[in-house]
Design a protein. Structure first.
Length: 232
């Protein structure tokens, strides 16, 4: 994977307030750390960072140039995103060196088509591998071409590029091929689903009624106590 050059600025404001102001300015709060060096707080341009992640994935290698003269090569270690706005909230960047081996999680893509009337269950979407920091693949591939029900694709079946070593358990399941349910089987399970839904609705109704009764009782006690105090 080729590295992406990106500019950055030192960050002097910290805490939630400082992070919000950084994001409002169109930047992503980030921290550089690793190799025993003191963590460095920086701000990355949000658009450029998002474009690089969309193209290269979560393991995109960055050549960072900070305005104070600092230069660093880093990989994203942890990325926090806003699930609603789909924006980047914060990034942890791990300092790396050329030729250094790193262990990262890489997405696995299934290729080919399984046999007719089958379903594919994705057991694990990523695999842990060890590779040169400058040659981390953006994805790995595993073939399910012609796979029949009962076939299980494991980590050992995933094709690894040259120089990339598997760090995960070779027997870790990646995908399982199962037989697709027939129309008769789907029809047979439909009444069970409807019955379960009706029972759940009935339980919710009972809980609601019980809650209303519980709320009313203390109010009645309060009214009686007030009358007693007044008479006294």
């Amino acid at each position: 994977m080729s590295e992406v050059k990106i500019s950055a600025e030192p960050r002097t404001e910290f805490g939630k307030g400082g992070a919000r102001r950084t994001r409002r300015a169109g930047k992503v709060p980030a921290v550089l750390y690793g190799h025993g060096e003191k963590p460095k707080h920086i701000a990355l341009p949000a658009r450029e960072f998002a474009a690089a992640i969309r193209k290269g994935g979560a393991n995109q290698l960055f050549a960072i140039e900070v305005s104070d003269g600092t230069q660093a090569l880093a990989l994203p270690k942890a990325i926090q995103r806003d699930p609603v706005r789909d924006t980047f909230e914060h990034v942890d960047l791990l300092l790396v060196r050329r030729g250094e081996k790193v262990t990262v999680e890489v997405p696995v893509e299934l290729t080919g088509e399984a046999a007719k009337d089958t379903l594919i269950v994705h057991d694990h979407d990523t695999l842990s591998v060890t590779a040169d920091a400058t040659k981390v693949p953006d994805h790995l591939e595993a073939s399910i071409e012609g796979a029949e029900p009962g076939v299980q694709v494991t980590a050992a079946d995933v094709a690894l590029p040259a120089g990339v070593e598997l760090a995960a358990d070779p027997e870790l399941p990646v995908a399982t091929v199962t037989a697709a349910p027939t129309a008769e089987q789907l029809e047979a399970t439909l009444p069970e689903v409807e019955t379960a839904a009706e029972e759940e609705e009935a339980e919710v109704g009972e809980v609601t009624e019980g809650s209303e009764g519980a709320d009313a009782a203390p109010a009645a006690e309060g009214e009686e106590n007030t009358e007693a105090r007044t008479e006294a």
